[in-house]
Ligand binder design. Structure first.
Ligand SMILES: [Fe+2]
Ligand SMILES: [Fe+2]
Length: 169
């Protein structure tokens, strides 16, 4: 009997796709910001994009290690034009909240199936999402409180992505 159920394999693959989509969306945001010469913000989003790619690869390796087959998905076209930095921060936070919901649904499924290995694997992402939501909440606060784009750009250099729960602690 394979270690991963068909249903969990499908859902973990779907989550890998969402992480790749987030990576592409953050890349599109980075390009928009870079084009506006908001370099620190752009760099923050380039790093965020890279982080999401690493998340996708974590799911890919987990599925492979569990003797199931990850499938590289077709990805939706990311949004590339924005009204403001605030719109970007709002969209980022709502993307992260959606991902948190998806991760929690995956944990529910793993628990229903009494798949302790997958549950353990997913706990890293449960923690990571707490940090991700907090980071984008702070960015959104700052963009709402300041109309000065250069100040926002400077502030963001203090919002380093942590690289995940087991790093930088
Ligand atoms: Fe992620
Ligand atoms: Fe994220």
């Amino acid at each position: 009997m394979p270690r991963l159920s068909e249903k969990l394999t499908l859902e973990l693959n779907a989550q890998m796709g969402r992480e790749f989509s987030a990576s592409n969306q953050y890349l599109a945001m980075a390009i928009y910001l870079d084009d506006k010469s908001l370099s620190d913000l752009a760099n923050f989003y380039y790093r965020q994009s890279e982080e999401e790619r690493q998340h996708a690869l974590k799911f890919m390796h987990y599925v492979l290690d569990a003797d199931a087959l990850p499938v590289v998905p077709e990805l939706p076209k990311p949004k590339s034009d924005f009204e403001s930095v605030e719109e970007i921060a709002e969209m980022s936070l709502s993307m992260e909240r959606e991902v948190t919901g998806c991760i929690h649904n995956l944990v529910d499924l793993a628990m229903e199936e009494r798949d302790h290995s997958t549950n353990r694997f997913l706990q890293w992402f449960v923690e990571e999402q707490i940090e991700e939501e907090a980071t984008f909440n702070r960015l959104l606060d700052v963009t709402r409180q300041s109309t000065n784009l250069l100040l926002i750009d400077q502030y963001v250099s203090r919002l380093e992505p942590t690289g995940g729960p087991d790093e930088g602690a």
